[in-house]
Structure formats: structure tokens, C-alpha cells
Design a binder for this molecule. Structure first.
Ligand code: SF4
Length: 365
């Protein structure tokens, strides 16, 4: 398949694996940020191919995984409210809150609809002026521009029955938190190519300077990932910090200026709670005062909901690279995709789900 085969070429993959082996004089610890990258690494066995040269640890870049349980409970409470049409991307439908998931809320009478874009949710609001339409705005920098556009468009058209439940997070503050920890093991990063396509990579430069780490934006195909890993290993061997873009066909240094402008116009930075990790300063986005009327949590007057996570779940440690999923005592026993104890098992992008799916389960081997 054109535009894919060249990034899955087995000969090129073998050559890159050999190159990494030749360059590495010791075993380096590299974190891939994005859950999509984690799944590609597992699916293609890249971690096993590089076992002697590189330890790959898995980062927090899975939006479903880091959305707090309280936020999912808020979503359920809003979805159950009289007259509401609650819209969401499909990946949030099955994420369990304290009282079931959004999918099961349907069977209790909630009008929950899957959409492919917040602009689709806005269309539903336009078509249903007597109903309140809420979009569950979860995700990283990649999804924020479309959320910003939907709110901006609603304001422009004077649509009053549309709002978003906002739980948007940003990558660089999470990387700073990981690097600042006294227990940090990460020596270099593969940055998420689709995030950098929006933001560019200038904002990673202070991290490189302050923590003396290499950061390499890369993609999701085996050749992308391996060429990113090779570049990171080369920089580590040279003792060099900085950014080297290995996803040039998608990522430009300044990102997408139109998307950045849309985000800047509608959102401002705030502190945000990450599931399993806790509060990360300056890691979230909230609607600016001019657009605050589109904030669903204000509109529906959500009260504080107290939630309790499973005491067995160690997903916070998984998300920060301290623990591999199969080192969790509950992995494959009490916790499976059918009965997940934590979001890293329930999400299709979660590291625990990736280990389970690609047979890293010691009980399946
Ligand atoms: S295997 Fe399950 S219980 Fe263990 S960290 Fe992952 S999600 Fe949590």
C-alpha cells in the first residue's frame, strides 16, 4: 500500500535494528510518549528486537487513560440529566466510571451519541434547539483545535444549547513532571508526531536545555519508530541534548499556525488532574472567560464527586515509566480487558491493554 509499505519495509526495519545495536555501547532507557506508539511497538515486537540495546518505557500519552474517574462520573451525571444529548468519541463510551459507563447509561435512558468530530456535535445542537447538547472534550493537543473551532463557531452563530465537558491535557508539562522526579529513569524521549504536527516542537526546547535530554518527534510505523530510536541512541551516545525531527513529512518546527491560533483564541492554560498521576501544574486547558458560557461543568452545576480507584491498580506508575504493565501483580489475573481495574487496561491505547493484546501476558504464553 503506497505511503505505508515504505514505512513497514522488513529489510529497512532489520537494517535499523542492526544500526541501533551497533551504536549503543550500553542499554539506554527511552520513553515513547504516545499510546499509539506503544501499541505499534508491541504489535511489531520492536521492544523485543531491541532488547539488548534499549529499554522502551511507556509514557502517559493516552487520553482515555489519564482522564480522571471523577470526570467520567461527571460525564455520566450530565448524560443522565433531563433533555441532554451527550456526544463523545467512541473510545470514551466503554470507560467505566463509578456507576457504569456511557454505553450502559443509554440502557438507563440517556441519549448518548457517538460522533467523529465536535463539529458533528455542534450540528446536532443546531438541529435540536430545544435540547442541551454536550460534547466530551477529552484528549491531548491533537484534538484541541477542533474543540476550539466548535466553541468559536457556536459563539459566532449564537448557538446556546451547545457546551463541552473539558478534560484536555498537554504533553510538555507531563514530560517535565517525569524528568523532575528523583526516581526518573528516562534518558530520552520519542515525542508524539501527531501532537507535534499541531504544536510544533519549539516548546520542547526548554526541557532539552534544563534536563539535558534528547527529544525526537516521530511517527507510528515501524520504520518511523526505529529511525526515531536510532537518532535518540546516537544523541545519547554523543552526550547531546536537543531536538531532532524524524517525522518531517508531517511535523514542522512551528506546527500548524492556524490550529495554534484557534486554540489560543478559545482556551487558556490551567492546572489539571491526571488519572493515576495527580495534579500537574499548567498541564490542562480551560475555556477563556469570553467562552466560559460553553463550559458544561458550569452550565450543569456539577457537584464534587468522590471516587475510589482500585487499590490493586498501579497505572500511575505505568504511565510514568516506573513499572512495566506485566510487573503489576493484577495483570492478567484480577485485571484483564474484560474486567479492567484501571484505565491503562480499558483504553485501546493503554499500555496494559497493549501488553495483554500482544501476548505479553505470562499466563498466555
Ligand atoms: S494491569 Fe490493570 S491493575 Fe495493573 S496497572 Fe494495569 S490497569 Fe492497573
Amino acid at each position: 500500500m503506497k505511503h505505508f509499505d515504505e514505512y513497514r519495509d522488513p529489510q529497512l526495519v532489520r537494517r535499523l535494528v542492526e544500526e541501533v545495536g551497533k551504536k549503543a555501547t550500553r542499554r539506554w532507557t527511552i520513553m515513547e510518549i504516545c499510546g499509539g506508539q506503544t501499541h505499534s511497538i508491541m504489535r511489531n515486537g520492536i521492544d523485543q528486537l531491541l532488547e539488548e540495546a534499549v529499554e522502551l518505557v511507556h509514557g502517559p500519552g493516552c487520553p482515555v487513560c489519564v482522564t480522571p474517574l471523577e470526570t467520567i462520573d461527571h460525564a455520566l451525571a450530565i448524560a443522565m440529566a433531563e433533555g441532554v444529548i451527550f456526544t463523545t468519541f467512541g473510545d470514551m463510551l466503554r470507560v467505566p466510571g463509578s456507576g457504569g459507563d456511557l454505553f450502559s447509561a443509554r440502557s438507563r435512558g440517556a441519549d448518548v451519541r457517538m460522533v467523529y468530530s465536535p463539529l458533528e456535535a455542534l450540528r446536532i445542537a443546531r438541529e435540536n434547539p430545544l435540547r442541551e447538547v454536550v460534547f466530551f472534550a477529552v484528549g491531548f493537543e491533537t484534538t484541541v483545535p477542533a474543540n476550539a473551532m466548535s466553541v468559536w463557531q457556536a459563539a459566532r452563530e449564537g448557538i446556546r444549547n451547545f457546551s463541552i465537558l473539558c478534560s484536555q491535557v498537554m504533553v510538555p508539562p507531563a514530560m517535565r513532571m517525569i524528568l523532575s522526579s528523583p526516581d526518573n529513569r528516562v534518558q530520552g524521549f520519542l515525542a508524539a508526531g501527531h501532537v507535534c504536527a499541531i504544536t510544533g516542537y519549539e516548546e520542547y526546547e526548554p526541557l532539552c536545555r534544563e534536563f539535558h535530554v534528547p527529544i525526537v518527534p516521530t511517527g507510528f510505523e515501524p520504520v518511523d519508530l526505529l529511525s526515531g530510536i536510532l537518532k535518540t541512541v546516537e544523541m545519547l551516545e554523543e552526550g547531546r541534548a536537543g531536538i531532532e525531527n524524524r517525522y518531517g513529512r508531517v511535523v514542522a518546527k512551528g506546527g500548524n499556525p492556524h490550529a495554534r491560533e484557534a486554540v489560543e483564541r478559545v482556551f487558556e492554560v490551567t492546572d489539571r488532574e491526571w488519572r493515576g498521576i495527580g495534579m500537574i501544574l499548567g498541564s490542562g486547558l480551560v475555556l477563556r472567560q469570553d467562552f466560559r458560557r460553553f463550559d458544561a461543568s458550569g452550565r450543569f452545576g456539577i457537584n464534587l464527586i468522590h471516587t475510589v480507584e482500585s487499590p490493586l491498580c498501579r497505572s500511575g506508575q505505568v504511565l510514568q515509566g516506573y513499572l512495566k504493565p506485566d510487573a503489576c501483580q493484577a495483570f492478567g489475573r484480577e485485571c484483564t480487558p474484560q474486567h479492567p481495574l484501571g484505565a491503562t487496561m480499558v483504553s485501546s491505547e493503554g499500555a496494559c491493554a497493549a501488553y495483554y493484546r500482544y501476548h505479553r501476558n505470562p499466563f498466555l504464553q
